[in-house]
Structures are given as C-alpha cells and as structure tokens.
Design a protein around this ligand. Structure first.
Ligand SMILES: [Fe+2]
Ligand SMILES: [Fe+2]
Length: 133
C-alpha cells in the first residue's frame, strides 16, 4: 500500500487532495526505483518531476489559503519554504552522484514523514476553513 491514505489524509478540497495523492505516489515511486538496476536514471527523473511538482503544489495551496483567509496561511507558507530548502539539499546531493541508495532512502523517508505530518496538521486546517464557508 502506498503512503497516501485518503481516509486519514484527505483535507476535503478536491484539488489539494489530488495533488497530495500525486506527490505521495511519486515519492513512493522514487523509493521503489532505488536499488533496482535502473535506479539512478529512473529515480533521477522522478526527483526532477517532484522538484517541479512540489513547488507548483505549494503555490496553488498558498493561493487557496490566502483566498480563503486561512489563519494558518503564513505558517503554511513558512513550512513550505523549509521543505523546499531541505528537498533542494537532497536534490543537489543526489545530483552529485555521491549519495548511496541507503542514504537516499533514509533522506526520502524523512521528507515523506515531514510531508505526511504537514498534511495532517496544517493542510487539514486549510481544508476545514475552505469547507466552513
Ligand atoms: Fe501545505
Ligand atoms: Fe499541501
């Protein structure tokens, strides 16, 4: 089973939920690609995609939080910036080619864990605010 669990992780806004599902699917795919013979290339392509998609999702979600005047909008935005920084570090290290699969897996797991917590604690309140109107 994948990381995405609609029962516990849906925030109740279709657009955001679809994007989260897509994000977690790609993170799972990256993890699965590690340790296979085609690891570097396949995993690298997934990371390229995630680099773009995460940014895009954050932008959409921040607009949504701002539009609905969510009290958590600023906290959400700051958390996103932290994630982008950490993901960027991971991405750059991966690009150097010195990262072992084991370390990549560990870093990946940490990033995904952060994302799950973020969705359940912060994005969830955005969903509540959007649906309260
Ligand atoms: Fe968020
Ligand atoms: Fe999000």
């Amino acid at each position: 089973m994948g990381t995405w669990n609609p029962k516990t992780m849906s925030v109740g806004v279709k657009e955001i939920d679809t994007q989260h599902e897509q994000l977690f699917e790609q993170f799972d795919k990256f993890s699965a690609a590690l340790g296979t013979s085609m690891a570097r290339e396949a995993a690298g392509e997934i990371l390229d995609y995630l680099k773009f998609y995460v940014q895009w999702h954050f932008g959409r979600e921040e607009d949504c939080a701002f539009r609905h005047q969510c009290p958590i909008a600023d906290t959400n935005k700051k958390a996103h910036a932290t994630f982008i920084k950490n993901f960027g570090k991971f991405y750059d290290e991966w690009q150097t080619g010195n990262m072992t699969d084991k370390l990549a897996q560990k870093t990946h797991d940490g990033l995904v864990q952060w994302f799950v917590n973020h969705v359940m604690r912060i994005d969830m309140t955005i969903g509540e605010q959007v649906n309260a109107k």
